[in-house]
Ligand binder design. Sequence first.
Ligand code: IMP
Length: 427
Amino acid sequence: MPALVLLGAQWGDEGKGKATDLLGGSVDYVVRYQGGNNAGHTVVVGDQKYALHLLPSGILSPGCTPVIGNGVVVDPSVLFSELSGLNERGVDTSKLLISGNAHIITPYNVTVDKVTERFLGKRKIGTTGRGIGPTYADKINRVGIRVQDLYDESILTQKVEAALDVKNQMLTKFYNRRAIATDQVVGELLGYADKLAPYVTDTVLVLNQALEQDKVVLFEGGQGTLLDIDHGTYPFVTSSNPTAGGACTGAGVGPTKITRVIGILKAYTTRVGAGPFPTELFDEDGEALRRIGGERGVTTGRDRRCGWFDAVIARYATRVNGLTDFFLTKLDVLTGWEQIPVCVAYEIDGKRVEELPYSQTDFHHAKPVYEMLPGWSEDITGAKSFSDLPKNAQAYVKALEEMSGAPISAIGVGPGRDETIQINSFL
Ligand code: IMP
């Protein structure tokens, strides 16, 4: 019963789509367990490039059943536009399964996300504006709308009314916005019910039965470890748990079932939105990483903040996720630098610190301590095995592996599906 968790080891955008898709051919189920359409996976298949936000990347592998687990928040309008976009390109999406317990991102959740961010001004989180935080807040406040509510009009109306009672007070009195009408929201949500029905099921049962039958299940995290609501750089985080434990709660699978936890690690670091980022570059190197790495958000189109590799963060990701392997991505982007700085520790108020400080204040003061590693100039995009890499690229990978605390089992050397060096099998 191989059950693999694949998650971002940094601040998201590590290239998870490519990794999940690479495994997609050999797995039976690909499951998203948290987040929503704030995620953005780019998957390149042949000469086709797909940008997925909500759907699991396994949707592109014909033998695979894609699953949206109970821990995900679903915006039905985004779901259907993503599905029809894929159908128009000939992708069969009929196997998709959606948990009846997943929460729905309602139009008022999107409104609340946007007005709150605007109100925060300089203190904003820099959210994707997709209603993610307010939908999880409703879930925790027990006023959320779940997929299954679309099949009981009376319950749905009562729940929307209860949620809007409070939100309309806030919207009209505090944010000076118009109130949102219950019947309008209920009408819109009911409009999705029939179209959604063929996909909705008890995904917890399906997944546990699949594992009992020795099927291969891949749990695909959105965002990344440092954006985790519990383990990330709070409050500059998303509102769910991308870390490994989130796969258990967000899919209803016990921790004893998980066999492998793979961290996706970019060969340098990026971050979108606000919040601390010790190795961030504000010079031409940062600009070059952004340009060569194509570091622009798939979901928001925002430029990503770029910096050198941070081994302190990678070690932290190994610890909080219990990582068994790393998938190192975008190594090719570093080709051409004579020397590559790697952050091996921080200096905080004059002291050298080897591990991520738990204190937010300390982390905001952290300055990177760099070690310089020799670079390489040869094109590595055609490398098929580790020994095909130039000696300095091999040494860079080995150094990262040693500092990060888990074996690097695969290396991405280009954007295409086949531009990957597999060192150890994940299964
Ligand atoms: P939210 O998830 O829209 O609430 O945004 C919260 C924070 O997470 C912001 O800093 C976003 O930029 C960041 N974020 C959300 N999703 C992603 C992602 O898929 N990749 C990178 N950053 C993300």
